[in-house]
Design a protein around this ligand. Sequence first.
Ligand code: UDP
Length: 341
Amino acid sequence: MPRKEKAVLVTGGAGYIGSHTVRQLVEHHRDCGVVVLDTLERGHAESILDPEVKLFTGDMADQEVVEEVFTTFQIEAVIHFAAYTYVGESVTEPLKYYRNNTAAPLTILEAMQRHGCKQFIFSSTAATYGNPVATPITEEHPQQPINPYGASKLMLEQIIRDCESAWGLRAVFLRYFNASGCAPDAAIGEDHDPETHLIPLILMAISGERENITVFGENYETPDGTCVRDYIHVLDLANAHLKALDYLDKGGATVACNLGTGKGVSVREMLAIAEAVTGTKVPVVYGERRPGDPAELVADPARAKAILGWEAEYTDVTEIVATAWKWMTGPAKGRYTNVKR
Ligand code: UDP
């Protein structure tokens, strides 16, 4: 029987963070192929630029397609992005989140166990911490999610730990803070429908795609009254996955790492930064707080540096916003569709 090609499986590889990671894997992880499994329900086939990347259009809960992936390729490691990510939707439709974010990946884990694949990199989230009791947030901070999105991710962390005890799975939980920005060449980027994230919404208000941006609350206990977040560039996030692969390759044990810059930026500061980048005033409306929004979420990223040798390179938010603006005003965004290939 011919030897199977070695590959890394990326679930959700046609999504925002997934597609940037796939691009880096192709560039820097040359001894292994890259296989993407994505439903294309919320991802974009156009965001996978390299024709060498094999795209399986299908659901990770579907045992047939997952088995096809694992029998066609020798999957060395899984990088798992595929998930629903709207906090608000998770509150109104919790079962959708528990099914897709917690239950569906079991099919992947079962295939990994059957095929002896023991390396897993998981897109976890700062939302697993809930309302911070201390800041900056370390990985030891209590995990008490305040919405089903965070809970659905935390449950998968627990499931993975149980698999570690039972059959030796090793994982890196990458707890993302606020993913932002785009590839600096603007060839791929962020395209959510509906869009709920601050930076794209501000830029859409600037470009006229939206009438204005509503600031959710200006009476928080923060220096300027608006919420503070830790915005981390998507290329930095992508790079952390490559470092996590190396860590697991060298035999590293299961670990959780925060991915952030360690620097907080308020909504008001972000408005000023976007105005400076674009040279245009943002039409702003001040509104009520959004339920479930903690005042401040800032990472302590020290462990990622110590264990993975990872550190954010985009530490200037102005540069992050500039990459997002370049994408939004460039030609590639218009080519994104939801047509399955
Ligand atoms: N935000 C806002 N108006 C918006 C969207 C977001 O004021 O239309 C604020 C939100 O309250 C939060 C920050 O911007 O403090 C970042 O929100 P986003 O949804 O981008 O990410 P999250 O922090 O919820 O993961």
